[in-house]
Design a protein around this ligand. Structure first.
Ligand SMILES: Cc1ncc(COP(=O)(O)O)c(C=O)c1O
Length: 236
């Protein structure tokens, strides 16, 4: 057998230990055996995200985690800011617009990181901005946006949350979710976690859960409140 070695930002190679575990027979998910594994994974994710809060596990690629981050915390007509410095910033805009949000884009030259002042100015100019969307690592250009500084800025606005796509950043860079004050942090299984694609992970702050209480965007499969109450919905 020829062993292929992936050198992409994702999917990354899956270690043999994980490949062998996947070759084992299926067992039912409503069993103590699965619950123990699920709990271990959920606890491990809290460690990885450096958060005391729940990190939810969704059966979706990373984009599903991005969509869940829009659908669960906003309502049609909400104003948001998207940092668009590449293909994945553009994806935030597309998802937000799909859900009827009013997007102001901060366009960043490809390959460059956003100036925190641009975000601070946008929030100052319009106190009705409810969310700031950004990539920790914009894979399409390799630029890293200054998430720590952005969190400092957004924290000062009680009416605004910071949503970070950490799909190629979590597990690569140090991104302490609670310490920095990130409200929503998303990653996917096939990048730094070295797993097959198909799982998205979403960390949610208390401030973001407050937004969830009034958010009217439609959601069913990606209803994070229900998932939080009764995990694992990933098999429902
Ligand atoms: C920064 C970033 N965001 C989003 C995605 C989309 O993730 P997925 O392909 O798992 O849906 C990727 C994939 O490469 C990415 O690098």
């Amino acid at each position: 057998m020829q062993k292929k070695f992936l050198l992409a930002p994702g999917p990354t190679p899956v270690p043999e230990k994980a490949l062998l575990a996947m070759a084992e027979p299926m067992f039912h998910h409503r069993t103590p055996q699965f619950e123990a594994i699920f709990k271990e994974a959920a606890d491990g994710l809290k460690w990885l995200f450096q958060t005391e809060k729940d990190v939810l596990i969704l059966a979706a690629s990373g984009t599903g985690g991005m969509e869940a981050s829009v659908a669960n915390f906003f309502s049609p007509g909400d104003k948001v800011v998207v940092v668009n410095g590449g293909k994945f910033g553009e994806r935030w805009t597309k998802i937000c617009q799909t859900y009827g949000l009013k997007v102001t884009e901060i366009m960043v030259e490809w390959g460059k990181a956003v100036e925190p002042k641009a975000v601070a100015d946008a929030l100052k100019a319009d106190p009705e901005i409810r969310g700031v969307f950004v990539q920790a690592s914009e894979t399409s250009t390799t630029a890293c946006h200054p998430v720590k500084e952005l969190a400092e800025i957004v924290k000062r606005h009680y009416n605004t949350i910071l949503i970070v796509d950490g799909i190629t950043a979590v597990g690569v860079y140090d991104i302490p979710m609670d310490k920095w004050g990130i409200d929503i942090l998303v990653t996917g299984s096939q990048k730094a976690l070295m797993l097959p694609p198909g799982l998205a992970f979403v960390g949610v702050s208390d401030k973001a859960w407050k937004f969830n209480e009034t958010a009217k965007s439609p959601r069913f499969y990606f209803d994070l409140k229900r998932e939080r109450k009764n995990p694992p919905r990933l098999f429902h």
